[in-house]
Structure formats: C-alpha cells, structure tokens
Unconditional design. Structure first.
Length: 115
C-alpha cells in the first residue's frame, strides 16, 4: 500500500476544529479520491464519525482523518488548506509534487469534457 503523506496548514486545522466543535461528538474528517476525467483524480472531504475496515487513520494535531484503502492508494502526498477569496471560501486539497493542482471547492479542469 502506498504511503500517505498528509500536510494540513494551520488555517485549515483552525477551520476544521471550528466545524468539528459545531458538530460535536467523536467526529473526524474523511478524505477521499474519486476517479476523475482526463484531468486526473478528484479529492473530497466529508465529516466521518467512524472508522471502517481498511481505513487509515491519521491524527494531525488532534484532528482525526480517515482515508479508505482505495483513496490511500491514490493520494500520495497532499496538503489541505483553507482559502478565502472574493469569490468564496473553502477547503483546498493540493496534490504535492504534481504538475496540476486538484482542489475541492476551487480550480477545475479545462479539457472541456464537462466533469
């Protein structure tokens, strides 16, 4: 199984802690990958309250991240950030070492395939 390297910026950790506090309970963040179109994999984040068989669990400064085995094979090295722009705000997932930036909430594909 490929090694997962997860970096989380302080700004993202602060926002995640705010969200997790609002939700309450033993909740963490699930990071997942779906097969994308020609632009490569797409990354997503979701609230998660349990660990499933085969999950990798990574604790970053008190925030628990769950990564399923399919996603763990494809993630590699990523950085989670939180950005505020005039057009909106949200979490970004950046694949480090890749030529393109794939993000959740910002960015996109310019190939014209519609995905």
């Amino acid at each position: 199984m490929q090694d997962v390297k997860l970096r989380v910026t302080e700004r993202a950790l602060e926002k995640m802690r705010e969200v997790l506090k609002e939700v309450g309970g033993e909740v963490g963040i699930r990071i997942f990958v779906t097969e994308g179109c020609c632009c490569g994999p797409q990354y997503g984040l979701a609230l998660e309250d349990r660990e499933y068989e085969g999950d990798r669990v990574v604790n970053v400064d008190g925030v628990k991240f769950f990564i399923d085995s399919f996603s763990a094979e494809r993630i590699g090295e990523v950085e989670l950030d939180y950005d505020v722009t005039p057009f909106g705000e949200g979490f970004l997932v950046r694949r480090l070492g890749a030529h393109e930036e794939h993000s959740h909430g910002h960015g996109g594909c310019s190939c014209g395939c519609g995905h």
